[in-house]
Ligand binder design. Structure first.
Ligand code: NDP
Length: 717
């Protein structure tokens, strides 16, 4: 039997219940409960949970995900799955207090829990809305435009994303038991890939509480989520190229997983986000007394104390202009002394909780001792057990709690290896002085790849030099100045819209980043074929594919076809099109348009000046005149299922149109996206303007909202 803390396991009578796993859509606990790991309350040392996964059939879990999970998720479109995430987020939001209660016992304060729990729920909301706004309502995502591969247009190429056919397994760290799961679950779920979560043991009971709520919500399709409570050392043994493993934790575990034969030879997709020695750089301009100096000090203290510094993004190296080290140490120390109350998060006034476990406390102390031995000096704080606020509101030393004082270290030798390689995963930062901007870049880069760095300056040139200098070593750069001091989401907070991950020591992986992370769960495949068959496969009309054309017989229409604007989404198909007749452009039209709009640019109004222009044959029509006319040529004006035109995309003017030329338009339904929450959806129309000689004058996409059923104006008189 192993124990999770430095203590002996509690006597049997005091042992906590075993935290179940969720396996093949049912709760599971090991039949042999003698080989379990105890987890203690981080603040009091009381037993709170016990973990055991002896006898868990990992192969069956993976098979269930690949079978039932894939099948059930595959019955839904990307939008339908995204909508479920919103329902789930609302369900969890109403019950988050239950999670807070568990979270306190992990050492997390209310604010820490908000970052973890509310932050995790926020990721679900963000992905739900981005998924429905930015992805098609289908299961095939186009990547980039079609490429012509033959002269006659009969053979074209494109790229598509479809979901990977296996399971998205996640092995997570102890510090964000809810957010860590949800930020990986959300994109996998939208992509249609089932998840197996393996949280870290010290806080896995909080993950289990969240999974229990998710299961009880009844919102998730069968097989879409499974949970391993306890260790899962053999998980990679049962995975193959169809699957992916997203790991968060220490670099050493990442390295051992990355070298598993099923990753090296078997092709399991592997991504890692590991600890890194993130930096914050104070610009030379940010003297004490400036808003930047204050914002910088605040950021350093926040990053030291939120989650008691147990954040992969925390500021480990505080890099400041030489000569300003003491001012920074003093300001950081003063802020800690004024604002930080270490203690049980349930105690009145506590602002920084315990580390996650006594093991973690021992590791952090050990790392700090190694740094002190390597030349670091303690400028603030003590390694002794601090006096802390108890749950009852008293101040006392609590040896059973994993409490630690915030520590600030200084270094005479800023190049000492230890400060750039030794991570103390707790409330610890080192202040280092730099000579000039290049030296600051050099020092930041000595972290050998980090998740995030803050650049704090109000000088544009310094901001540019520092950011460009360090960007290649970082996954994210947070630029802080007086304008963002209040609005910034903070150095240490990954946001779902932006990439989280970093090169080198940070693991080399990439998570989040909006829809990018959905695509991490998909395979990009090049497709080659005819426009008709690429249209059939992708659901998006490709130029050259068949069309059902209404409108002008002279331009390919069968006049018996219905104008596509008269069709609701129930009837409209990609390839439904309208072709107009030609309309002649006269000089009076151009001058009248110039007069009404005020756009009297010389190319439209001054024949002599226009002739000297290298691009125009002489006086030409405004591009916007032609686009406006195109709307007049293709519109079907009577009330009907088309509700609104909400924009144009990708507009290009190609051939100029002079007085005496004529233009016509062809409009083709290209992409149809019914909304899952509304009685209408989006239709993107391929619009092409030609002149009388068949040359392309302009092309663009027209975006409209169209009713699913023709209801609003059905019997309109
Ligand atoms: P570990 O790397 O030991 O553990 C992380 C996760 O990996 C846990 O879920 C753990 O499970 C699991 N794990 C460990 N070994 C294996 C294995 N061979 N096969 C499958 N799963 C495995 O990190 P810790 O949580 O112990 O933290 C140690 C250090 O990692 C910290 O001090 C810090 O430096 C760094 N860290 C980095 C984080 C980041 O976000 N990048 C976050 C947290 C920590 P189990 O609990 O069952 O052992």
């Amino acid at each position: 039997m192993t124990t999770q803390t430095a203590h002996e396991a509690p006597p049997a009578a005091r042992r906590a219940p075993i935290v179940p796993s969720y396996v093949e859509d049912a709760w599971w606990t090991p039949s042999d409960d003698s080989r379990t790991t105890d987890v203690l309350d981080a603040n009091t040392g009381e037993p709170v949970a016990r973990f055991g996964s002896q006898g868990l059939d990992l192969a069956a879990m993976v098979a269930h995900a690949r079978g039932t999970g894939q099948e059930e998720l595959g019955k839904l479109t990307l939008h339908e799955r995204a909508l479920k995430l919103k329902e789930l987020a609302m369900f969890l939001n109403e019950r988050r207090q239950q999670l807070y209660e568990v979270s306190f016992g992990t050492g997390a304060t209310k604010i820490d829990s908000m970052v973890d729990i509310d932050g995790g729920i926020g990721v679900l909301f963000t992905f739900s809305s981005k998924g429905r706004r930015e992805l098609p309502n289908s299961n095939v995502v186009l990547d980039g435009p079609a490429e012509p591969l033959s002269k006659d247009g009969s053979f074209v190429g494109t790229h598509v994303y479809t979901r990977i056919p296996g399971v998205a397994a996640q092995i997570n760290a102890f510090n964000f038991p809810v957010w860590g799961m949800l930020e990986k679950f959300a994109p996998a779920f939208i992509a249609g890939v089932p998840t197996i979560v393996k949280p870290a043991t010290p806080t896995g009971h909080l993950t289990e509480a969240c999974v229990r709520l998710m299961v009880d919500s009844g919102i998730l399709p069968a097989g879409s989520l499974q949970l391993i409570s306890g260790s899962a050392r053999e998980l990679l043994d049962v995975m193959d190229y169809r699957d992916m493993l997203s790991f968060t934790g220490s670099a050493s575990t990442a390295n051992s997983l990355k070298s598993h034969p099923n990753v090296i030879d078997g092709g399991v997709r592997f991504t890692a986000e590991t600890d890194s020695l993130n930096a914050a750089i104070l610009g030379p301009d940010a003297e004490p007394g400036t808003p930047e100096f204050d914002a910088f000090v605040k950021a350093v203290v926040t990053e030291m104390t939120v989650k008691a510094g147990q954040k992969c993004t925390a500021i480990r190296r505080t890099i400041v202009p030489k000569g300003r080290e003491q001012a920074v140490v003093d300001a950081v120390s003063a802020r800690i002394a004024q604002r930080v109350v270490v203690g049980d998060p349930r105690g009145e006034g506590t602002t920084m909780g315990a580390l996650a476990s006594l093991d973690q406390l021992r590791d952090v102390r050990g790392a700090v001792e190694a740094m002190l031995a390597a030349g670091g000096e303690l400028a603030y704080g003590t390694l002794d057990a601090p006096v802390v606020r108890t749950a009852g509101g008293d101040d006392a030393v609590v040896p059973a709690g994993a409490f630690m004082s915030p520590l600030v270290l200084t270094w005479d030798d800023v190049d000492a290896e230890a400060v750039h390689s030794q991570e103390a995963f707790g409330p610890v930062t080192s202040v280092l002085g730099y000579e000039d901007v290049n030296d600051a870049v050099r020092l930041a880069a000595r972290g050998a790849g980090s998740l995030v760095a803050t650049v704090c300056t109000n000088d544009p040139e310094t901001a540019r030099a520092l950011t460009v200098g360090i960007a290649g070593h970082h996954g994210r750069v947070h630029i802080l100045n007086r304008e963002t001091a209040r609005s910034s989401t903070g150095h240490g907070s990954p946001v779902p819209h932006l990439v989280h991950g970093g090169p080198g020591r940070a693991g080399g992986g990439e998570e989040l980043g909006g829809i990018r992370s959905v695509k991490h769960h998909m395979q990009r495949t090049a497709l080659q074929g005819s426009p008709n068959l690429l249209t059939a496969v992708t659901g998006v009309w490709h130029a050259g594919a068949d069309r059902v054309i209404a409108g002008s017989e002279a331009f390919g229409a069968d006049p018996s076809n219905t104008h596509p604007f008269r069709k609701s989404l129930a009837e409209l198909r990609v390839g439904d099109a309208f072709a107009s007749d030609l309309r002649r452009v006269d000089l009076e039209d151009i001058l009248a348009f110039a007069e009404t709009t005020g756009d009297t640019f010389y190319a439209h109004t001054d024949a002599k000046a226009a002739e000297a222009n290298p691009f125009f044959p002489g006086q030409v029509a405004h591009g916007y005149l032609l686009v406006s006319w195109a709307a007049g040529l293709f519109v079907e004006p009577a009330p009907g299922p088309v509700l609104a035109n909400y924009g144009l995309e990708n507009l290009r003017f190609i051939t100029p149109v002079a007085a005496g030329d004529s233009v016509r338009v062809t409009l083709t339904a290209k992409k149809i996206t019914p909304r899952v929450t509304d009685e209408y959806g989006e239709v993107a129309w391929d619009a092409v303007l030609h002149n009388q000689d068949g040359e392309i004058v302009a092309n663009y996409d027209v975006l409209t909202l169209v009713e699913k059923e023709d209801t609003t104006y059905k019997n309109w008189a």
